[in-house]
Design a protein around this ligand. Sequence first.
Ligand SMILES: NC(=O)c1ccc[n+]([C@@H]2O[C@H](COP(=O)([O-])OP(=O)(O)OC[C@H]3O[C@@H](n4cnc5c(N)ncnc54)[C@H](OP(=O)(O)O)[C@@H]3O)[C@@H](O)[C@H]2O)c1
Length: 319
Amino acid sequence: MFTFFRCCILPAIKLYWLGFRVLLGQLLCKTFKLPEMPRQEGKVAIVTGGGRGIGFEVALHLAGLGAHVIIGQRDSLSDQIISLDNVIEFLTLDLGSLQSVRHFVHSFKNRHLPLNILVNNAGIMLVPEGRTEDGFELHFGVNYLGHFLLTWLLLDNLKQSGTSDCFSRVVNVSSSAHRIGEVQLNDLNSSEYYSAHAAYCSSKLALLVFSLQLQRVLRAGGSPVSSCAVDPGMVHTALYQHMWAPLRLAQGTIAQLLFWTPKQGAATVLYTALSPALERGRAEDYWVNGRRQMTSPVTFHPQLQLSLWETTMQLLGLQ
Ligand SMILES: NC(=O)c1ccc[n+]([C@@H]2O[C@H](COP(=O)([O-])OP(=O)(O)OC[C@H]3O[C@@H](n4cnc5c(N)ncnc54)[C@H](OP(=O)(O)O)[C@@H]3O)[C@@H](O)[C@H]2O)c1
């Protein structure tokens, strides 16, 4: 009974309490407005989960600035090209399938395009217990592992496309929920006890730890690529669709009135992906509402960063 409370009820209480505090903060502070960003002609960006929500706004804005945008998306729009003034392409990508990630990268590499911006945006939240094609817990597999593999396989392209004056950028869309996540290296798959709330928070913590470790690795190697993480804020999107039905009803009304719009949620993601003020490797760390913010203390443990990195490499059969 106590274990059930600690592992299932407590994470839910913590997440809703955190959500309440974040929302209050959002209401009290000024919402970040994206300044005008430079044109992006000749640049190529990949945005995962860009078919709707925050990712869609990111993709649209990038394309509006002249970038060639490739949306990694698992639905039927895939493999189509939408012509705006510029180009948004849809390429099939299911982050819950390592084979699909590898296939996506293979298709991209066959195009011989540069890669200047990678936005790891796709995400799922509070989904019922389930496994990815490769047997990983869904939040862990989609939000974290799929993006880790995607980034790893695209690193060469990012390095080749960056210069000392104009770094390529990786932007990982994490969440304030990382603050209550735990990375349990001996149970990354939540096999002992499943809590959708805990699994979401932990996957966002893992993505953030990955982002910080990648930043360190890139800096140590002198690569012209930067890595940062972003919390887009509480944004009115379909991400909340798996909440418990009565809560979902209340959330829908509150979200319409008080949450940020997807466009507002996209602003910090776009800022870290594009801002000339963050050139030469300054697009690092963790960003919220247009500003750098401290992450939770656990993210500073060098041993955790290294262990998670190494365990992930083993799980993915890399190196
Ligand atoms: N909304 C918020 O309040 C909030 C707060 C903090 C962080 N975030 C983060 O922001 C990011 C964007 O979320 P959102 O609010 O825009 O949610 P959303 O509207 O639900 O969009 C999520 C996107 O991820 C895609 N996706 C889900 N599973 C996928 C998979 N297996 N493979 C490829 N793509 C997949 C979805 O595609 P399908 O159409 O195929 O499902 C969709 O395009 C997420 O990482 C989320 O955790 C959001």
